[in-house]
Design a protein around this ligand. Structure first.
Ligand code: FES
Ligand code: FES
Length: 398
C-alpha cells in the first residue's frame, strides 16, 4: 500500500492505496463519489472525465498514487460552479441527455470548451467533445447546449481563457505534486513532472460566484491616470502588497505568484495565478485569482474589482474596491468572516500606503517597508479588543 494525500472537491483526503488502484475506482469505492462513471475503462469513452489540477483527465487510466498532492474535482465538486450550472440548465433545455451515463464526463469536457473557445464554433465544439461518447442523443442537443452557453457568456463580455490556462502540451495530473517527480501512467509510460512552478502556469482561472463579498476604499494623493498606469504594472503591485511575490514572468493579462498569510497558529503560502482585466475608458479593472496552500490543504478563489474616482479636482484618486472570495479547507475553519475582512482591510491599508509612497518616488525595496507576511495575530488582538469594547459599551448602555 502507498500513502496518498490529495485535495478532492476542496476537501483534504489522506489514504493508503494499492499502487495499481485507478483514480476512478479510488473516488467511487473509497470516497463514494459515484458521479464519476466508468464505461470502457480503457480511456476511450470519456465517461470517467474529471479535473486534475483544473484540467480534464481520464480517471480510468490515471493511477490514484500519481495524483499525490493534486487537486481533483469531480462532477460533485462543481455544484456551485457558474459555468457548470449554466451548462446543466442548457443540457436540460436542449434535451442533451437521455440515460445520463455520459453526462458527468460530457459536462466536464464541455466546461473546458466554454472556458477557452472564443466563439461558439460548432466544428471546434464537436472536435473538443470527440473524446466523450454518447450512445443515446446523437450529439445534436449536446452541441447546441454548449454553443448557447459559449454564445451567451461572450455576449455578456466574459472573455475566453487562452488555452484554458494551459501553457504547454502534455498529460495532466499531479500538477501540484511535491517537487519534481516521475510518475507512472496507467498506459505504462513514465511522465516527468517538472515541478510546481512550471505547472502552475497550466491552471485555468475560471469565473466564479464568491461566497463572501465586501467593499473597501482608499485614497491616493495622485491623479487617476497615474494610479491606473501603476495598477497595470503587476510587478509594482506585488511589491506594494505585503507578503506577495511573483513566481513567473507576468504579462498584462496574467500573473502567477504567491502570498504568505499567517492566521493565528496557521501559516499558509498560497500559490496560484490571476487573470487581469482592465478598462481604460472607465478607469476600472478586475483581477480574478485562484490559489492553494499544500500545508494547510486550503484553497481559495478571489476577485477584486476596482474603480478609480477622481477627487480633489483630479489631483487625487478614490480607489473603490469590491472584494469577493471563497475559501475551502482547514483555513476556512478558523477564518471567520470578521477576521478575513479585517485581514483584507489591513492588507488594503498597507497596499494603499505603499502605493502612495511609490507614486511619490520611493523605491519599494529601499525606503518602503514591505512586510514579509500578512500576520493575522495583531488582527486577532484588534478584533478581540473591538469586540470586548462593544460588549462593555452594551453592558453600560453607551
Ligand atoms: S471509462 Fe474512462 S474513458 Fe471510458
Ligand atoms: S445520454 Fe445516454 S450515453 Fe449519453
Amino acid at each position: 500500500m502507498t500513502a496518498l494525500g490529495l485535495v478532492v472537491n476542496a476537501r483534504s483526503v489522506e489514504a493508503s492505496v494499492e499502487p495499481r488502484t485507478h483514480l476512478a475506482d479510488f473516488l467511487r469505492d473509497n470516497l463514494d463519489l459515484t458521479g464519476t462513471h466508468l464505461g470502457c475503462e480503457h480511456g476511450v469513452c470519456g465517461a470517467c472525465t474529471l479535473l486534475i489540477d483544473g484540467m480534464p483527465a481520464r480517471s480510468c487510466i490515471t493511477y490514484a498514487v500519481a495524483c499525490d498532492g493534486a487537486r481533483v474535482t469531480t462532477i460533485e465538486g462543481l455544484d456551485d460552479d457558474e459555468i457548470t450550472a449554466e451548462l446543466r440548465a442548457a443540457f436540460t433545455r436542449e434535451h442533451a441527455l437521455q440515460c445520463g451515463y455520459c453526462t458527468p464526463g460530457m459536462l466536464i469536457s464541455a466546461r473546458d470548451l466554454v472556458l477557452r473557445l472564443p466563439t461558439p464554433d460548432e466544428r471546434s465544439i464537436r472536435a473538443g467533445l470527440s473524446g466523450n461518447l454518447c450512445r443515446c442523443t446523437g450529439y445534436v442537443g449536446i452541441v447546441r447546449a454548449v454553443r448557447i452557453v459559449i454564445d451567451q457568456r461572450r455576449k455578456r463580455g466574459i472573455a475566453p481563457v487562452v488555452g484554458g490556462g494551459r501553457q504547454m502540451l502534455g498529460p495532466v495530473g499531479s500538477g501540484n505534486a511535491r517537487n519534481t517527480a516521475t510518475v507512472g501512467s496507467a498506459a505504462g509510460t513514465a511522465t516527468k513532472v517538472e515541478g510546481r512552478d512550471e505547472l502552475a502556469g497550466m491552471m485555468a482561472i475560471p469565473d466564479f460566484t464568491p461566497a463572501k463579498v465586501f467593499s473597501d476604499r482608499f485614497t491616493v494623493h495622485y491623479p487617476p491616470d497615474r494610479v491606473f498606469d501603476m495598477l497595470g504594472d503587476v510587478s509594482q503591485i506585488a511589491a506594494c502588497l505585503p507578503g506577495a511575490s511573483l513566481t513567473g514572468v507576468p504579462t498584462r493579462e496574467r500573473v502567477e505568484g504567491a502570498i504568505r498569510v499567517r492566521l493565528g497558529p496557521i501559516s499558509a503560502d498560497f500559490r496560484g495565478a490571476a487573470r487581469i482585466e482592465r478598462d481604460i475608458e472607465k478607469l476600472s479593472g478586475r483581477i480574478v485569482g485562484i490559489g492553494s496552500d499544500q500545508r494547510s490543504r486550503s484553497s481559495t478563489q478571489g476577485e477584486i474589482r476596482y474603480q478609480l474616482v477622481p477627487t480633489d479636482q483630479g489631483a487625487a484618486t478614490h480607489v473603490e474596491l469590491s472584494i469577493g472570495y471563497s475559501l475551502r479547507g482547514m483555513l476556512a475553519q478558523i477564518a471567520r468572516d470578521g477576521l478575513v475582512r479585517d485581514l483584507a482591510a489591513r492588507l488594503t491599508a498597507d497596499f494603499a500606503r505603499n502605493l502612495d509612497r511609490h507614486l511619490g518616488g520611493d523605491q519599494l525595496s529601499g525606503s518602503i517597508e514591505v512586510s514579509k507576511s500578512l500576520d493575522g495575530i495583531p488582527l486577532l488582538f484588534d478584533l478581540l479588543r473591538t469586540r470586548v469594547l462593544r460588549v462593555i459599551r452594551r453592558v453600560i448602555g453607551k
